[in-house]
Ligand binder design. Structure first.
Ligand SMILES: [Zn+2]
Length: 454
């Protein structure tokens, strides 16, 4: 297996060619890889192949160069994968990423709520959403499920930033009408009006979708949760996003606030918020009955390993989720999480499982950030793989970005060892180009000395 990039061409300028072919080592999934199987038949690795893109969509993969009517982007010796899908991340929390010394509830009060309060200002929302969207793309994340803030303008700004970049993005205004500071609390009536208006203007427009966004059970009254449930029932194409069972103090608090609920997850189920388009972050402190309810509903847990380690929240039991048949996707959860990079997130997920005595393969990790997430979001006809007909959200990566990783690649035995070393050592420096719907939206500096023109 070749390990040295063979004088690839410079990355293309950010303009869209209607019809082009991208050459590289193509890696995606045809199916779900089994836990622990390093030789999984679900992996589709097609080294030195051509990915054909026409009109923003993938039209095929072939070993031979296409005819001269196709513009050719030669990335031979580089890794080409579907753009990553981050299923849980907070746009306004770039302002409080890497904040010291707290667990969840103090972290919210000390750092997060003050940061989010600033997004009442439309200009702060606009600038924050632009920075955030560009940062996602610079990390090879082309789709995301995103928390805005309680302010309607923050959701408007996030939708607009995604729309101008052509991204598949799900977001919504945060619902929180109690246990929150002045400047972040809404109320049931106003929140319902805001949601209805945002849904009317953004849901289903271009590649955008609305998520009914409950911060978490403690910050919504039962009346607001009921309103959120009614919104979900009014349109089955809406997503729902929230947090569940992240931290033990949080779980105890929910038990006192909702004494009649069977469990924390049960609060959401009782309100009509647990369904096939529900994305629940964390899910660390669940029981078997909760996991069975997740399976029955089709809802997914957005596993957020760097956040769970950083805030000391706990170790996610991925194998119990698998045993229950419940869906798991991967998420950065910035700003509780410490990096927008889904590759860094995968490396942290491996460590969480290692602390449980389990081994997360590169295949399960990559699948959860691509095809697995797309399936859980019911978007697999559009994103997450190189299936013909999918939108061309594609990222090109250097296998190695510096001499230590280069040496590791040279001695790696077999595909899994090589890809596992990649997800353990790589980050945004490895990203050469991120295409969104066939348009290069992030391109590494073409003056890079490792990109010599042929
Ligand atoms: Zn979160």
């Amino acid at each position: 297996m070749t390990t040295t990039p063979m004088t690839p061409q410079p990355a293309p300028a950010p303009t869209a060619a209607a019809r082009f072919a991208l050459r590289g080592d193509l890696l995606d999934f045809g199916d779900e890889p089994a836990w622990g199987d390093v030789a999984s038949p679900a992996v589709r690795y097609r080294p030195d192949h051509w990915l054909l893109v026409d009109g923003g969509r993938i039209t095929g993969v072939q070993p031979d160069a296409p005819d001269a009517s196709w513009e050719r982007h030669d990335h031979r010796g580089r890794l080409v994968m579907p753009g990553f899908i981050d299923t849980h991340v907070h746009m306004p929390q770039l302002d409080n990423i890497a904040s010291y010394g707290t667990e969840l509830l103090d972290w919210l009060n000390n750092y997060t709520f003050p940061a989010e309060t600033r997004f009442a200002d439309p200009e702060r929302s606009r600038a924050g959403a632009e920075l955030f969207a560009d940062a996602l793309l610079a990390n090879g994340t082309t789709s995301a499920v995103v928390f805005a803030t309680a302010h309607k303008v923050s959701a408007d700004a996030m939708f607009e930033a995604a729309r101008t970049r052509g991204m598949r993005l799900v977001t919504g205004k945060v619902l929180q009408d109690r246990h929150s500071p002045d400047g972040l609390r809404d109320d049931v009536m106003q929140a319902e009006r805001d949601c209805t208006d945002l849904i009317r203007r953004w849901h289903g427009r271009d590649r955008l979708a609305y998520a009914v966004t409950v911060r978490f059970a403690p910050t919504s009254t039962p009346e607001q949760l009921a309103m959120a449930g009614a919104l979900c029932r009014s349109d089955a194409s809406l997503y729902m996003q929230t947090h569940v069972a992240e931290n033990r103090d949080e779980v105890r608090w929910v038990r006192t606030l909702f004494p009649d609920a069977r469990s924390y997850l049960g609060v959401y189920a009782d309100a009509g918020l647990l369904h096939a388009r529900s994305v629940l972050a964390h899910g660390i402190w669940l029981d078997d009955e909760d996991r069975a309810a997740l399976h029955a509903s089709g809802a997914q847990i957005a596993h957020s390993p760097s956040s769970n380690l950083f805030l000391g929240s706990g170790l996610f039991d991925w194998t119990a989720m698998n045993a229950a048949g419940a869906r798991v996707s991967l998420a950065s959860d910035v700003g509780g999480g410490t990096s927008l990079s889904m590759i860094r997130t995968m490396a942290e997920a491996y460590k969480v499982q290692a602390l449980r005595g389990e081994r997360l393969t590169a295949w399960v990790a990559l699948h959860a950030a691509t095809r697995g997430a797309a399936e859980a979001l019911q978007l697999d006809a559009e994103i997450g793989s190189f299936e013909a007909g999918c939108t061309a959200d594609v990222c090109v990566w250097d296998w190695a970005a510096e001499p230590v990783a280069q040496r590791r690649m040279e001695v790696a035995q077999g595909l899994h060892e090589r890809v596992f070393a990649f997800i353990t050592l790589a980050d945004d420096r490895n990203l050469v180009a991120a295409y969104v719907a066939g348009t290069p939206r992030h391109v590494r500096d073409v003056r890079d000395s490792r990109d010599p023109s042929p």
